[in-house]
Structure formats: C-alpha cells, structure tokens
Design a protein around this ligand. Structure first.
Ligand SMILES: C[S@@+](CC[C@H](N)C(=O)[O-])C[C@H]1O[C@@H](n2cnc3c(N)ncnc32)[C@H](O)[C@@H]1O
Length: 202
C-alpha cells in the first residue's frame, strides 16, 4: 500500500532533515507550542513540539494536510519524542491575512518570506523566532525593536549565545539597508552567516 506521507518523507530526503535543529530549540527553550507560516509539508517540528500550527496557501500543501490527516497523526504518534498528545492544526491561508490562532512560544520562519514581520502578533511576549536569512526575515527581525537576537545556529545545530554583536555586519563597515532586503526579499552578504538565528520578543 502506498504510504500516505511518502511525499513528506521524500521532501525531507530532498531538503535535508531539520529535525535536530527543531529538537535543539525545543529542548533548550522548553517550547510547547509553535506557529509555522509557510511550512509547506515540513511537519518535522511536530516530532519534538506537541502543539504546532502550520500555515500555507500553496495547493500542494493544502492537499497534503487535508488528504493525509490520519496518516500524519499516525506517523507523528509513532515517531514523536514527547509523551504528551500531539496536536497539529493546518490553516490554508495567506499568512499575511489575519489568522485565528492562540499565542505561541515559537514562530518558525524558513524560506517563506517575511514571516516574523507578519505573524509576530501571535507570539507570546518573551516568545522566540527561529529564522534563517534566505529571504531576509532574520535581517528584518534583527533590526526590529520588538526583538532581540539571543542566539545563532550553525551547521552543527548547536545554539551559540556568544559574540552576538558580531552578526549582521557588512564588510568594510557598510551600513545595512533594509529597503534593499525588503525589495529583493533576500538576506545581505554579512561577514558571518550562521544557518539560523534565534530572537526573543521583548
Ligand atoms: C520554499 S517553501 C519552504 C517550505 C518550508 N518552510 C521549508 O523550509 O521546508 C515556501 C513555502 O511558503 C509558502 N508561502 C510563501 N508565502 C506565503 C504566504 N504569504 N502565505 C502562506 N504561505 C506562504 C509557499 O506556499 C511555500 O509552500
């Protein structure tokens, strides 16, 4: 019988698993709930976080979640790394629209535009954003007065909380122009480029 979640397994194989990244964040900060706007079908966060809301308006993602709900729960129940019940919610919406969601401990921003800017209102005070800078979301979050950078993550998926003032610096002391980031929807060529950044909402 065809595995209903084979599409997800193939996707993780293709993109590379981010499970150890999500595990590190979840364990380190005791994350219990997350919002993942622009998730596509990356359900790995639910293996380590008990309550995750996924948001995507791409029809492939909508179909995956709607068609395979039982298989997704079955897979997560068998493979999750926590004892409590797994809770997932999928919202087939543009995340820039108003969403009906409870406040969460963590927002996940991976290759999906300016996620944190549009969804920070759903983050608890003191909550976290995990973002890469592929689309410039980490850049915008870093210079947003609502957030402070509290850690970075490199290829080893270990959180580094040291020398945080050395990130988001351009060569030769050039000034960071966020209008360029917004226009190009792309991170800049900083002197140091960790794979991911962690921000705390003030
Ligand atoms: C490149 S994929 C990344 C998927 C996933 N975050 C990952 O890293 O594997 C970007 C996803 O974000 C979704 N996306 C982009 N902008 C969106 C928006 N405004 N509202 C909802 N989904 C969006 C796309 O539909 C797509 O599925």
């Amino acid at each position: 019988m065809k595995n209903d979640i084979q599409e997800y397994l193939d996707y993780v194989k293709k993109t590379g698993s981010r499970l150890s990244l999500y595990r590190e964040i979840s364990d380190f900060f005791n994350v219990k709930s997350a919002l993942y706007p622009g998730s596509f079908i990356d359900i790995d966060p639910s293996l380590v976080i008990e309550n995750v809301t996924y948001v995507d308006n791409f029809k492939g993602a909508v179909k995956f979640f709607k068609k395979n709900t039982l298989a997704i729960y079955d897979y997560l129940d068998k493979n999750k790394e926590y004892n409590s019940k797994c809770k997932i919610n999928f919202i087939s919406e543009d995340y820039t629209n108003d969403l009906i969601v409870d406040e969460v401990d963590l927002i996940i921003s991976q290759y999906a535009g300016f996620v944190a800017q549009y969804t920070k209102k759903y983050l608890k005070s003191g909550g976290l954003v995990l973002a890469n800078d592929s689309h410039g979301d980490a850049s915008l979050t870093n210079f947003d007065k609502d957030f402070m950078l509290i850690g970075v993550i490199n290829g080893d998926n270990i959180i580094d909380e040291t020398e945080l003032d050395t990130y988001f610096k351009l060569p030769k002391g050039k000034i960071v122009d966020l209008d360029i980031v917004r226009k190009k929807m792309k991170g800049l060529k900083y002197t140091k480029k960790p794979t991911n950044y962690i921000f705390r909402k003030r």
